[in-house]
Design a protein around this ligand. Structure first.
Ligand SMILES: Cc1ncc(COP(=O)(O)O)c(C=O)c1O
Length: 451
């Protein structure tokens, strides 16, 4: 086994031994809900398709309340728009298999057992989804949580507990603490989890400049603490850029840290099988903990922490946002399972989504590297005006403002999906070029190149 993973596994074993001194885990129930007949089985016959169907546009072609209705004459109460603002990158939320699994599970079980996972909320369906996600991310085990937000919080609570459970005194001494290095643009759920471990005096946190590997290397070199962790989003939700994964893997070899990624925006989106960013580079074994969400490309709701079996036990034993909350409803779990199964088989969805990304780049001078396109306009007013203009042109594109981004870096965040068409992108770019100064030149250059 890789020596870094081995050191952390040994620490988790020591921590779990303390958590589990009363054999807490062996008394946990393993709930198996009644098996329905084949026709009513939520997971039987997960149907897949060779290409898009009308169901894919259900949640793209919508209407919004018209702000001008009743203000200007002749304005209709609602306006048709195309959504370019969601995170349903593969349009799985409206896939027939996802709809059927949800409906069948609801009919068979209602919401499922309403209790914490550690009481009686965790069923054979939850276990099946966990095993499927572990296989997808090439990890031994997986813990599902009610949201991606809770997944980051639960992992950090468990990580921090290593310091407090294994320290000699009441509180970890300086050298017993964990040193966590976190990218400056990490998601709010990571930041909040870090605030808690700092408040509990379990870790010292070092925030490095966004994607600045030189600064990270320097901070790691200076740090005398043995238990080091690097934590980063793999695809940044507001910037649309990727963490430099291979450089991080090199730094892991040099400094021996536990490497944690938040794969919220790359699960099912990146990699041949949708295994996320680590699958793209074939470095799954170099990523110790892979955290994800089931609410973006999987199109459902929930979060997960894919990890080793030893980490799994510690998270179940000390991940408070996992322990002290009710387990995911069964129809949602069945929907997630169907979505992951479909995404693995319908590879064309990923290909279609990436084609749209390339088309957007080709029509503009914006080098899009992901389905998240972040068009910074500056002030809040400029972003709101740009969003209003897009709505008038028939596109729902949200203005992103504080606290999601700094006040002077407000922006339009455009997201592309598999079910958008080439024509949608062409029309979107034409509308954007009237409100995003940076796109104006590129769009007209591309247009004249085509003439
Ligand atoms: C990088 C990242 N991590 C975690 C989350 C939280 O996921 P969820 O919406 O499932 O709580 C999000 C979503 O907003 C995100 O963008």
């Amino acid at each position: 086994m890789d020596p870094i993973a081995a050191m952390w596994d040994e620490l988790t074993v020591r921590a779990v031994a303390i958590v589990d001194k009363h054999n807490y885990f062996s008394h946990l129930p393993k709930i198996c809900v009644p098996k329905p007949c084949p026709a009513e089985d939520p997971l039987a016959d997960i149907e897949t398709f060779d290409g898009p169907g009308p169901w894919d546009r259900t949640l793209l072609d919508v209407e919004v309340e018209n702000p001008l209705a009743g203000v200007a004459e002749g304005e209709p109460p609602r306006k048709k728009v195309i959504i370019f603002s969601g995170n349903d990158y593969l349009n799985l939320s409206s896939h027939p298999a996802v709809r059927k699994a949800t409906a069948k599970a609801a009919l068979a079980y209602g919401m499922g057992p309403r209790a914490s996972s550690m009481i009686s909320g965790h069923t054979n369906y939850h276990r099946l989804l966990e095993d499927t996600l572990a296989e997808l991310t090439k990890k031994e085990a997986c813990v599902i949580t009610t949201t991606g937000f809770a997944a980051n919080n639960a992992f950090l609570a468990a990580l921090g507990s290593i310091a407090s459970l294994t320290c000699v005194g009441k509180r970890p001494a300086k050298h017993e603490k964990i040193a966590i290095f976190s990218d400056g643009l990490n998601h709010a759920s990571i930041i909040d989890g870090l605030r808690l471990v700092v408040a509990h005096q379990e870790a010292d946190v070092f925030v490095y400049r966004h994607n600045d590997m030189k600064q990270l290397d320097e901070l790691l070199s200076k740090c005398q603490v043995e238990k080091k962790v690097v934590y980063t989003d793999s695809l940044f939700s507001m910037e649309g850029d990727f963490a430099p994964l291979l450089e991080l893997v090199e730094l892991r070899k040099k400094h021996g840290f536990l490497f944690v990624i938040d794969d919220a925006h790359t699960t099912l989106v990146c990699g041949k099988n949708g295994g996320g960013i680590a699958e793209v580079y074939g470095v799954e074994d170099q990523v110790d903990i892979c955290i994800g969400t089931l609410s973006k490309a999987p199109g459902c709701l929930g979060g997960f922490i894919a990890c080793s079996k030893k980490w799994e036990r510690l998270i179940r034993g000390r991940g408070r946002p996992y322990i002290f909350t009710t387990a995911c409803p069964l129809p949602v779990v069945a929907a997630c399972y169907a979505a992951v199964t479909v995404a693995k088989k319908e590879e064309w969805r990923r290909q279609a989504m990436w084609s749209r990304v390339r088309e957007f780049s080709a029509l503009t001078n914006y080098p899009a590297s992901s389905p998240i396109i972040s068009l910074v306009v500056g002030t809040e007013e400029a972003a709101l005006n740009a969003s209003k203009h897009m709505l008038e042109c028939g596109f729902h594109v949200t203005a992103i403002r504080t606290p999601a981004v700094p006040p002077n870096a407000c922006r339009l965040r455009v997201t592309l999906t598999a079910a958008h068409t080439t024509e949608d992108i062409r029309r979107l770019v034409a509308a954007l070029s009237h409100c995003i100064p940076a796109l104006q030149q590129g769009a007209s250059d591309q247009a004249s190149a085509k003439l």
